[in-house]
Ligand binder design. Structure first.
Ligand SMILES: Cc1cc2nc3c(=O)[nH]c(=O)nc-3n(C[C@H](O)[C@H](O)[C@H](O)COP(=O)(O)O)c2cc1C
Ligand code: SF4
Length: 484
């Protein structure tokens, strides 16, 4: 993973632990009721992909264990991992693109209801993504994949050469010379692997995205309702299709790209169709980026405009993330695909303990606050979820009380200790396992391995009934905890 040049080491801090009176009068543990969103308090576990679905996208016993374990910590809400809305193979990612996935998803809902004693609201994150290929071998790319054009002949000054001649000439060229001879997209396909983009409107299936996506999202949301979820989170963040429509890098000329008002058009059309396809009390919110954290990304002003438009359209919550883009991802090894969390924007998404002077805790809060203020100034009370390095009561409480957010999302801290909110709430804050923000879990995610936390995955391995990783070396969920 990319790290800031300063390489300053940061440590999590348990902060002040609240006594009974502080807990009772806290904002964190006070209920929230704004529009359709009704939570018993302000605690929220954001989406985290644990790589536990089957290769064809079904819920497994391991998926049930993962969510059951978070539910035993009784957060007010859990968002189920990014789940594919199309009926196409997508590896071991959960899918919701067909009714055959309903059985498994219903079981997931049942497990969370049971393990949380009915106290946790359950949402599922709906994602669409475009194709990405592995980085090819140089020879294979130049000999087989590259389509030879007149532009190549001109660049090589070989107007009369046949295809084979152009290919052999290119193979003999240095990468620097090749960069001049290929288009930027071709050079990217060679050095990082081919990746479809929303700007590729010469491809029919990319051109027609605005016509097909509203219905795909709406059908997936309707299925989520049938499976018993309380709502959906539309994934408009990070490196995926909908975030790419919102991005300032979206230059489509069909009315869905260019100015911020056009870039937000498809996300609004998707939301509108989703809203029409689900019951009246079903919650529909979105996760999007407070900052893309890339050169040429959307400005804060653009994002305030998006957030206000979402609130005005009637979204039930706005969850803000940061970065996580392909644009600045590290060059993958030959045979591997680029991964959007390996560059500086990836760092902003899941900031790690080796950091700069700003540190990994709360890097997204200033932007989150500005966006919430814009939404409030426009007259909307839509709740805002903050995330990014929040790991103690003081920080959570300050975030709520200084008008930054209405709900506290904690992903890695909840993975490190799924009971942490409950421990705080019941006066057992001194037993919380604090996340160290080393991103061991993220490394597993990047390698598509079952995600666990280094603080507990080797503990009590011989406990009866403990489910282990495929190599048998790690337990897949945190040991249980009960108040004494
Ligand atoms: C293993 C892992 C998987 C993640 N998967 C998702 C995901 O499916 N969807 C999403 O929006 N964010 C995902 N994230 C990002 C988190 O939801 C969160 O925004 C990020 O980790 C920063 O919050 P934190 O500091 O509380 O962990 C993932 C994070 C981790 C560590
Ligand atoms: S492995 Fe555990 S301690 Fe390390 S960052 Fe992930 S959740 Fe935190």
């Amino acid at each position: 993973m990319w790290k800031p040049a300063e390489k300053i080491r940061w440590y999590p801090d348990p902060g002040h632990l609240p006594d009974a009176q502080e807990r009772a009068s806290s904002t964190l543990f006070s209920p929230l009721q704004i529009g359709r969103l009704c939570l018993r308090n302000r605690t929220w576990v954001p989406a985290m992909v644990p790589w536990r679905a089957t290769d064809d996208g079904y819920v497994t016993p391991e998926v049930l264990d993962w969510y059951g374990r978070f539910a035993r910590g009784r957060p007010a809400a859990i968002v189920v991992e990014a789940t594919g809305i199309r009926d196409v193979p997508s590896g071991p990612l959960l899918r919701i693109g067909h009714d055959r996935f309903l059985d498994g998803l219903e079981k997931l809902v049942e497990v969370v209801r049971k393990e949380s004693g009915g106290t946790t609201r359950l949402f599922i994150q709906l994602i669409d993504f475009l194709a990405i290929k592995r980085r090819p071998e140089r020879g294979k790319f130049l000999n087989r994949f590259l389509v030879i054009t007149q532009q190549h002949r001109r660049a090589l000054n070989m107007m009369d050469a046949g295809e084979a001649g152009i290919r052999s000439a290119m193979i003999a060229m240095s990468d620097n010379d090749l960069e001049q001879a290929l288009t930027p997209r071709e050079f990217e396909a060679l050095t990082k692997g081919y990746r479809e983009q929303v700007n590729d409107t010469h491809l029919d299936h990319i051109e027609e995205l605005p016509r097909v996506l509203p219905d795909l999202f709406a059908q997936a949301a309707s299925r989520a309702g049938k499976a018993g979820f309380d709502g959906v989170e539309l994934h408009y963040a990070h490196a995926y299709t909908m975030a790419s429509f919102l991005s300032a890098t979206n230059q489509r000329e069909d009315g869905y790209g260019g100015a911020a008002s056009r870039r937000v058009r498809l996300p609004l059309e998707v939301f509108k169709q989703v809203r029409q396809s689900v019951p009246e009390n079903f919650v529909v919110g979105a996760r999007f980026l407070a900052s893309e954290a890339i050169e040429g990304g959307s400005s804060l002003e653009d994002v305030c405009q998006f957030a206000t438009a979402f609130a005005e359209a009637g979204m039930d919550f706005l969850s803000l993330s940061r970065g996580g883009k392909f644009d600045d991802a590290k060059q993958p090894k030959v045979g591997a695909a680029a991964y959007p969390y390996t560059g500086p924007s990836g760092y902003e998404c899941m900031p790690q303990y080796i950091s700069d002077e700003k540190g990994p805790f709360g890097r997204n809060l200033a932007a989150t606050k500005a966006i919430r203020q814009a939404v409030r100034a426009a007259g909307f009370a839509t709740p805002v979820v903050a995330a990014g390095g929040i790991h103690n009561f003081e920080m959570a409480e300050a975030t709520l009380n200084n008008s930054t957010a209405d709900i506290i999302g904690a992903a890695r801290q909840a993975l490190a200790d799924p009971d942490w909110f409950r421990k705080l709430e019941t006066g057992h804050g001194d037993t919380i396992r604090l996340c160290e923000y080393t991103n061991y879990c993220e490394g597993l995610d990047q390698n598509h391995k079952q995600v666990t936390c280094k603080l507990w995955d080797r503990l009590q391995l011989d406990e009866p009934g403990v489910r282990k990783s495929s190599d048998g070396k790690r337990r897949l969920t945190a040991p249980d905890w009960a108040p004494e």
